[in-house]
Design a protein around this ligand. Structure first.
Ligand code: GAR
Length: 209
């Protein structure tokens, strides 16, 4: 069996700490930050042995920064609009993550593609959550894509990040039925319930591996 094997659909989420020393996480978010908060909550509940060193956000009005304040977690705005080249944005991100002693990078609703600069700085230690059962429905609008395709089951995936978008090794998935009267908002709400379960669990599993 692989050290980090894809979990079954709707996995039982471990409630014990996965590693003996707290993981040092850097979280990256672009929007609401509910997944960021789910990780913070899992740490507080003792389900994940980790500490969040810093939140990086790229949109000045991202609600994730408000959540960080609430949790007393340092947040740093790195606005992608200030960088002409993606690799320069990622250089600044790497510098910020390193200056906060980050070991694992968690993209929790981070809506920018990673360049080789970021991937090389944290090899096999960047984790992303995506609102579909990959490899289906990559990229933006994953939930709209699922509704449009008429699938009866979709879900969410936690995976390692590689250069190709939404294509790295799958760590954990959860399935969510698509109901006949679903719209993107109702479906996203139910997907997020599962995201908040599997993201902290997958971080623990990845680190253990
Ligand atoms: C989440 O549903 C996440 O899966 C998605 O953005 C949302 C962020 O929500 N990520 C992607 O679409 C990445 N391709 P949040 O800000 O409330 O955590």
């Amino acid at each position: 069996m692989n050290s980090v094997s894809p979990s079954l659909i709707s996995p039982d989420i471990p409630t014990q700490p996965q590693v003996s020393t707290p993981l040092k996480l850097g979280i990256m978010a672009s929007g609401s930050g509910s997944n960021f908060e789910a990780v913070a909550q899992a740490i507080q509940n003792g389900q994940l042995n980790a500490q969040i060193q810093v939140l990086i956000y790229n949109n000045p009005d991202a609600y994730a920064a408000v959540r960080a304040d609430k949790w007393n977690i340092k947040s740093v705005l790195i606005n992608h609009r200030d960088y002409k080249y993606r690799k320069d944005l990622d250089k600044q991100i790497v510098q910020t993550l390193r200056s906060h002693d980050v070991e694992w990078v968690i993209m929790a609703g981070w809506m920018r593609l990673a360049t080789q600069t970021l991937i090389d700085a944290f090899p096999d230690k960047i984790i992303n959550i995506h609102p579909s059962l990959l490899p289906s429905f990559k990229g933006v609008g994953a939930i709209e894509q699922a509704i449009e395709a008429g699938v009866k089951i979709t879900g969410c995936t936690v995976h390692l990040v590689c250069l190709e978008m939404d294509s790295g090794k799958i760590l954990m998935q959860a399935a969510v039925p698509v109901l006949p009267d679903d719209n993107p908002d109702t479906l996203h709400t139910r997907i997020q319930i599962q995201e908040h379960r599997i993201l902290p669990a997958a971080i623990g599993l990845a680190a253990k591996g």
